[in-house]
Design a binder for this molecule. Sequence first.
Ligand code: RP5
Length: 161
Amino acid sequence: MNSKKPNVGVIMGSKSDWEIMKNCCETLKSFGITYDVRVISAHRTPKRLENFIKESEKKKSQVIIAAAGGAAHLAGVTAALTTVPVLGVPIESVLKGIDSLLSTAQMPAGVPVATFAIGKAGAINSALFAIAILANTNPDINRKLKRYRANFEKKVPKKPF
Ligand code: RP5
C-alpha cells in the first residue's frame, strides 16, 4: 500500500451532483488527501468508468467514493469492476433520494458498497470514512483524524440556550 501519497477517487454521475460532492472534496482537502474528482456515469459514460478504474488501480488509489442519484447504480458497478473499497453517496432525487439510497445500499451479497446518508451528510461522512481507512496505515492522517474528533466535541454546546 502506498502510504506516502494517499489517493482517493471521487466520482459522481452528473455535474449536478457537485453542489453536494464538493463537501466531500473539501473534507478530503482539509486533511491534505489528494483526490481525483470526475463526472462519470455508469449508464452515460461506461467506458469512462472502466478507464477511471484502471487508472485508479494503477496509481494505487485506496478508496473510491461514488455518488449518484435516482437509479443509482454507479457505486455498485464500480464495486463490480474493482476490489478497491467503494463508498456510495446517495444523492437527493425526485423521490427525495430514497431511490438513490436503496439502489446504492441494497447490493446482493458478494459485491459490497459501503453506503452513507443521503446528500451533504453522506458526502462529508464518506470522506471521513475514507480518511479513517487511510489512517490505518498512515500515522500522520491518524493524528489529524484524532484531532478533528477532539475539536468536533468542543463545538457542541453544553446547553441548548
Ligand atoms: C444520476 O442522475 C446523477 O448522479 C444525478 O444525481 C442524476 C440526475 O442527473 P442530471 O440529469 O442532473 O444530469 O445519474
